[in-house]
Write a protein that binds this ligand. Structure first.
Ligand code: ANZ
Length: 975
């Protein structure tokens, strides 16, 4: 899926970065350095020379000494800054990535033990753009990876797949410009994305990788289309599209900017064309209702509700009058949400594209109406409905009768009424609707007040009164309707009842949701699996066994110029025969929109290689629904709505077992570029404080480096002159601003674990945040400290020992307390997707552990397991160094023992003849006698006491109980 980023956000909150610390790259070098794309060996060589992280590193290096020397010389020649690493991640990371791949550590087997609980965690799969990953991608991917690793360790079967939403415009545009087949570009980009993702250590099951562009995949996208067609949910209609005559092509909405083509600035008009539509409106009510039970952000649910836009009201009939003022047999149906205002309807409006318009217009008005219609085709719906835009319209020359009071009211044509909503016509009530009010004033149409908010005379109101109130001026005894004195709600009910009885209208629920335009005039999309008979034009669906209908090879991807899609050029592909009748036929040359493939990919991941079914029923039943779905908020409406629609259709035909596809959706925040500090100078070249810059009018802006900035209260000021306030801004990352951070560079300089940890530590997962180099240095330092705590300090030549400093001693109570507090916090925070505070807990633990003389293995191993979802490479390396020979990926995640979480609980080691044989726990204030009794009750300890005579007891309150035994074998009495 494509990710759209927000523009800039102003921030005052970030402190200028602090810089000095030991094992890191000088901050000023970050971002300005050029890194080679070679990983591992290259970095290692640099490191060997500059730090000599010695023997353990050398052992895993490929390449000879000469090469090392050459590269070192090269580096010196180029005067590259020396990279200082807190620990040898450049060796550890490729090593473990290789291990995971070789051992298929994260493969979710096809046949699984379904008695175990499942956890399906999914990222919104990316569109593999030519630009490669940006730092926004790993934000969501790290979060899902932490969840996946955590749940695996908790004994769940985890499904954590990755794939590519690979059809799309950029590859086709590139093909038009260069002649390179989109397949080639797409494959190249996919390869790049995949290797970038692998370099970040994500625990995807790569065996399940899918690309929407693969025929084995889109066979099933086409199959779903056939099911929709079979059920009348796919149909063809004449629909206006963005047609650019100069380019000879139909453009997507995003390719049209202010009425002209983004490319070349040519005029674009709305032109009706035959299109495929999907009847999502048939599911509007269910799409609305089922939102309630989803664990989604409220804002996303609200956006979906607004998009579906349910409106309750009525359709009312207005008979058109002939030249003699008599009712003709043409009637205009309007949709209104305010039937209570019907007596105030002083004119009707029909949209310029209304199907009855041509039969309404008087001869005198014909010319003006035609001109007006022509103008309207140049505007988008959005422009037409913008409230601020001045309303325009033209009189049709014709009148209709208001059914409530029998009045003849004029029919106008105006583009603020859309042909695509309701009935494409409205009864205009200028006293109670803003747009109608503005229009009536402009064209001098009567305004009649029919709703009164209070006792005041309604005519006192200059503007339309939009609210509900008491009905006035609304009675006609001849036509049998009197709603005066009723409140709006009662009046609405009464008008509808009257209309239904008299045949003047009926109750109606409308949805803003439109049917989904499902055809694109593009090459690089899924072919639509239908043919049209040459003789009758009849549409014949392909047989299921004919799928996949693959894209034909094409060399010329340029538009045809006639509006026909590029596929029309594949003459031998287009021309075909209907297999059942043998009649000549043509294939559909439109393709599906990019949304299609992403509508159902989450199902395919459950069973990616199934050639017989879209997904095996049992597998679907086990894995559905997706438990956590993470992606950008830009997909809050369309992608999620389209998937939900397809899912519901698949539910209705028995392909899936759940009503909804995604139980929990989380939107990660966006990452903005590093904060920039701007100072202002007056015309004399002197700095002026930011608050005066506007007043001066002419001021010159200047970027100030971070080291010259300090924070002062809520503001940032110049370090040398604190009176000068600065403006701090974070912008969207963009090439033109030069503030794009490339994840490859970060991995190369700090390692993947640091990038992962940093992205999680930047702030609350769901919030927008700004990139800050000192932040990544901070988490890198934390990892280095953790490494040195466990592996020990480097020797003077910079090398680390092979094992760890962990000792086999029993942990102290203090150590147990620190650890279990950390376990409890990390567990709680992962479960709550508050990853940043989970990291803080680990940082606290490491700070505490640095004060201990010894690092008991039991404590260290548990910490390594806690760290592993966040920094899996380092954790695996430490795990092996601690003496294990299998990946920690399936080790049980540590469980917090509540005993150690309460400060008042004492955990007392009990020794027998000076050897620790176990522990007992009790509340503070326990006597020696109590402690001894608890020890005797303890199953493990009592084994050493049974049949023995006690010589003496040494009790240090809160610290230890040591029981010294007599040598003789005399039984102690029963207590
Ligand atoms: C009379 C009226 C009186 C209205 C009043 C509003 C206030 P929602 O809530 O968005 O469904 N309308 C109907 N069809 C339209 C179209 N195709 N293009 C533009 N406007 C259209 O709004 C429904 C209201 O929007 C309808 O109720 C209609 O104006 C207008 F005091 O009818 B109303």
């Amino acid at each position: 899926m494509k990710v759209h980023l927000q523009t800039h956000v102003q921030t005052q909150a970030l402190p200028p970065r602090s810089r000095a610390f030991l094992f890191s790259t000088p901050a000023q070098s970050f971002g300005s350095r050029k890194f080679t794309t070679k990983k591992g060996t290259f970095c290692l060589r640099q490191c060997n020379k500059s730090y000599g992280y010695g023997s353990s590193i050398k052992s895993s290096v490929t390449g000879g000494i000469n090469e090392v020397q050459e590269e070192e010389d090269e580096r010196k020649e180029k005067r590259q800054p020396v990279v200082k690493r807190a620990y040898p991640f450049h060796v550890i990371e490729p090593k473990w990535q290789h291990y995971w791949e070789k051992n298929q550590t994260f493969r979710t087997p096809d046949e699984i033990d379904t008695s175990k609980p499942k956890f399906y965690v999914l990222d919104m799969f990316p569109y593999p753009s030519g630009a490669g990953l940006h730092v926004g991608h790993p934000l969501g991917y790290t979060a899902t990876d932490i969840l996946a690793r955590f749940k695996r360790m908790q004994g769940y079967n985890v499904l954590h797949p990755m794939g590519w939403d690979a059809f799309g415009l950029p590859a086709e545009q590139y093909a038009i410009e260069t002649g390179t087949h989109p397949k080639i570009t797409t494959l190249r980009n996919i390869n790049r994305f995949r290797s970038q993702l692998k370099s970040l250590g994500f625990s995807y099951d790569w065996d399940r990788e899918i690309a929407t562009t693969e025929p084995e995949y889109y066979k099933w996208t086409q199959w779903i289309f056939l099911q929709l067609l079979k059920r009348g949910l796919a149909y063809q209609a004449e629909v206006p599209v963005n047609w650019c005559p100069a380019l000879g092509t139909v453009l997507a909405n995003e390719e049209v900017i202010d009425g002209v083509s983004e490319r070349g600035g040519h005029p674009v008009i709305r032109k009706p064309m035959r299109q495929w539509m999907l009847k999502i409106t048939a599911y509007a009510e269910r799409l609305l209702e089922d939102l309630d039970d989803l664990d989604w952000p409220d804002s996303v649910k609200e956006m979906q509700r607004n998009w579906i836009g349910r409106s309750e009201g009525a359709e009312m009939e207005f008979f058109v009058l002939d030249n003699d003022g008599r009712e003709s047999d043409i009637k205009i149906t309007v949709f209104t949400t305010r039937p209570d205002t019907i007596f105030g309807a002083t004119y009707l409006v029909v949209a310029p594209e209304h199907f009855l318009l041509s039969s309404l217009v008087s001869t005198a008005q014909q010319k003006y109406v035609e001109q007006y219609k022509d103008l309207a085709t140049r505007k988008s719906d959005l422009e037409r409905t913008e409230l601020q835009k001045e309303k325009t319209g033209v009189f049709s020359g014709c009148y209709a009768r208001n059914p409530a009071n029998g009045e003849a009211i004029p029919i106008w044509v105006a583009d603020y009424v859309l042909g695509s909503y309701g009935t494409g016509a409205i009864m205009a009530v200028p006293a109670h609707d803003t747009r109608d009010h503005e229009f009536a004033l402009k064209y001098d149409i009567p305004i009649r007040w029919v709703v009164s908010p209070d006792e005041k005379s309604p005519n006192d109101y200059g503007n339309a009164f939009l609210g509900q109130g008491t009905i006035i001026n609304s009675s006609d005894s001849t036509l049998g309707l009197d709603i005066n004195g009723l409140c709006s709600k009662e009046a609405t009910a009464k008008v509808i009842e009257w209309a239904e009885k008299t045949g003047n209208g009926k109750k109606k629920v409308n949805y803003k949701l439109r049917d989904w335009l499902f055809a694109r005039q593009r090459y690089w999309g899924e072919p639509i699996p239908v043919i049209f008979l040459d003789d009758s034009g009849e549409t014949i669906p392909l047989l299921e066994k004919e799928l996949p209908l693959t894209l034909p090879e094409l060399e010329d991807f340029t538009p045809t110029g006639t509006g026909e899609p590029p596929l029309a050029k594949a003459a031998s592909w287009i021309k075909t025969t209907d297999p059942s009748s043998g009649k000549p036929a043509r294939r559909e040359s439109n393709t599906m929109p990019q949304w299609a493939g992403s509508c159902w990919y989450y199902l395919r991941f459950m069973d990616p290689k199934n050639s017989k079914e879209l997904v095996d029923k049992e597998k679907e039943r086990y894995w559905s629904p997706v438990d956590v779905y993470v992606g950008g908020a830009e997909h809050a409406v369309l992608h999620l709505l389209y998937s939900r629609f397809w899912h519901k259709v698949l539910y209705d035909i028995g392909v899936v077992s759940t009503k909804e596809p995604f139980q929990c959706v989380i939107n990660q925040g966006i990452i903005l570029g590093e904060v920039q500090y701007m100072a202002f100078r007056n015309s004399d070249g002197n700095f002026i404080s930011a608050e005066y810059a506007d007043m001066l009018g002419e001021s010159i802006q200047e970027k100030i480096p971070e080291e010259k900035v300090v924070k002062s209260g809520d503001s940032f000021v110049l370090k040398d002159n604190p009176k000068i306030r600065l403006v701090a801004r974070a912008h969207k990352m963009s090439k033109s601003r030069g503030n794009v951070v490339n994840p490859d560079d970060v991995v190369s300089e700090y390692g993947a674990d640091s990038l992962r940890l940093y992205e999680m530590f930047m702030g609350p997962f769901r919030d927008s945040k700004t990139w800050n180099t000192s932040g990544i240095e901070g988490v890198h330092r934390f990892l280095g400290r953790s490494w040195r705590l466990i592996v020990g300090s480097p020797s003077p030549n910079g090398t680390f020992m092979d094992g760890t400093v962990a000792s086999d001693e029993e942990p102290t109570l203090e150590q147990l307390r620190s650890l279990h507090k950390c376990i409890s916090k990390v567990t709680e925070e992962i479960e709550g997707t508050r990853f940043n505070t989970g990291i803080s807990a680990m940082m606290e633990f490491i700070n505490a552990a640095y004060k201990w003389d010894k690092q008991p293995r039991l404590i260290i191993e548990a910490f390594v397991l806690l760290l592993s979802p966040y920094a899996p490479h380092m954790a695996e390396e430490l795990w092996f160094r601690l003496g294990h020979s299998r990946s920690l990926a399936y080790e049980p995640f540590p469980k917090a023992n509540s005993v150690y979480l309460k400060n008042s609980t004492i955990v007392l080691p009990v020794q027998i003849n000076g050897k620790t044989r176990g522990t007992i726990q009790f509340e503070e204030g326990c006597t020696e006698e109590d402690a001894f009794n608890l020890a005797v009750e303890d199953e493990k300890i009592s084994r050493y006491l049974v049949g023995k005579v006690i010589k003496k007891r040494i009790y240090v309150p809160g610290k230890i109980l040591n029981v010294i035994l007599e040598r003789e074998n005399i039984k102690i009495g029963a207590r």
